[in-house]
Write a protein of this length. Structure first.
Length: 407
């Protein structure tokens, strides 16, 4: 039997396994976010809407749909739940008021998220995490089996909610809004969106407040149960030793084969269904939206197992991914600042000018930047810039920044 991974053989004071998985997640989430940065809204779910749906463009969509779409966001949510529980447990162990520590962190995260949402990019996830994190605190003491059971129930509830959308298409309810989100909008709507994001900051800001001011509340209804489920699964993953890197390699391999052996063929079938249906609104709502919900958790768990199997203790890439994960907050916000500058009219104005596959050289360049800068920064400073600011605000005083990050 293979020996346990023992958190990648690094000191328990810092769980390197969490950092490595988080590093992959913060890189991977850009594979999907880049479509929202660079193309009209409907193109995210429906490649026929804009950006190309043949050849390389279709291939990029298919790979993302099967392997990455929703999985990287879910993996990030898993890690958020695990890290949140770790902070709470350490606060309790040191005699601090865990509730005070947790809610101060979530309140400031909400402030960061709303600032990011309203001033930088409408696709923010931080405000949503802060609100769900506030709810998750009351569930922190549940045993592993109850965390998994409750999470499964929330996934089932989300599936039921999303499964109602295809029916509304046939009933004609809110058809215009659904078509704008996952169908093929009218050329006039696409033209309006292109003009908006190729325009100046004032126009984009006005539209963002008009359309997305209440987005965090809407997300609580549509995505809240699913996100809470992922956070609970992350807590269970920490408690069970999975996300600590404590399982044997054989156990990680077995879980990977089972999870992906079930989910991958079904995801492939859903991709083929949408292609054969030529991405009709109904096929995207059913095959690209509703039926993917119960398949995402095993795909996400499989990703965590694969990453921990491939992570080589002391390896150059592993160390750089861990550094990127330790600075995930900074790297996530930095990605938004870079991409909005590249794509929006107040920057380089690339919005809508690249096809789907042409977005990915941009992704590779940003990945390289993140991997190159995170490790040298942490060799000189204890935290990433935004991690330091978040920690200082949550603790009510400036934290020491200079000095290499501790293990």
């Amino acid at each position: 039997m293979d020996p346990p991974a023992t958190s990648l053989n690094l000191p328990a004071a810092r769980l390197a396994s969490l950092d490595v998985v988080r590093g992959v997640a913060v890189l991977g989430i850009l594979l999907l976010n880049i479509v929202s940065f660079g193309l009209p809204e409907a193109a995210y779910l429906n490649p026929r809407a804009y950006g190309g749906w043949h050849g390389a463009d279709l291939g990029v969509w298919a790979i993302n749909f099967v392997l990455f779409d929703g999985k990287m966001r879910g993996l990030f949510s898993f890690l958020f739940g695990a890290s949140m529980l770790l902070v709470i447990e350490r606060a309790e162990a040191s005699g601090k008021n865990a509730a005070s520590v947790h809610y101060r962190r979530m309140i400031w995260l909400l402030a960061f998220g709303l600032t990011h949402l309203w001033l930088v990019w409408h696709g923010d996830i931080l405000a949503h995490y802060a609100l769900i994190g506030m709810l998750a605190y009351g569930l922190r003491r549940l045993p592993v089996e109850h965390l998994l059971g409750l999470g499964a129930g929330l996934i089932l509830a989300t599936t039921v909610i999303f499964a109602g959308l295809p029916g509304t298409i046939h009933a004609g309810q809110e058809l215009e809004a659904l078509n704008r989100m996952m169908g093929i909008p009218a050329p006039s709507e696409i033209a309006h969106e292109l003009a908006l994001y190729r325009g100046n900051y004032a126009g984009i800001l006005h539209a963002r407040f008009a359309e997305h001011a209440a987005t965090p509340l809407a997300m609580l209804w549509f995505f809240g149960p699913e996100t809470l489920a992922y956070m609970l699964f992350g807590m269970a993953g920490l408690r069970s030793g999975m996300l600590r890197g404590d399982w044997t390699r054989e156990r990680y391999r077995r879980w990977l084969l089972v999870c992906w052996g079930i989910a991958l063929p079904l995801y492939g079938a859903l991709a083929v269904y949408q292609i054969l249906a030529q991405f009709s609104l109904f096929s995207v709502a059913l095959g690209g939206w509703a039926l993917t919900v119960p398949l995402r958790p095993p795909m996400i768990a499989g990703w965590a197992c694969l990453i921990l199997l491939l992570a080589k203790p002391g390896g150059a890439l592993t160390e750089r991914l861990a550094a990127a994960g330790r600075m995930a907050f900074t790297n996530y916000l930095l990605t938004s600042l870079i991409c909005t500058t590249l794509f929006y009219g107040y920057g380089f104005g690339w919005f809508g000018h690249l096809s789907r596959w042409q977005l990915y050289p941009v992704v590779l360049a940003i990945w390289a930047m993140i991997l190159l800068w995170s490790k040298p920064w942490l060799a000189r400073f204890r935290f990433g810039p935004f991690e330091w600011l978040w920690r200082s605000l949550a603790r009510g005083s400036p934290q020491r920044l200079r000095g290499a990050a501790s293990a």
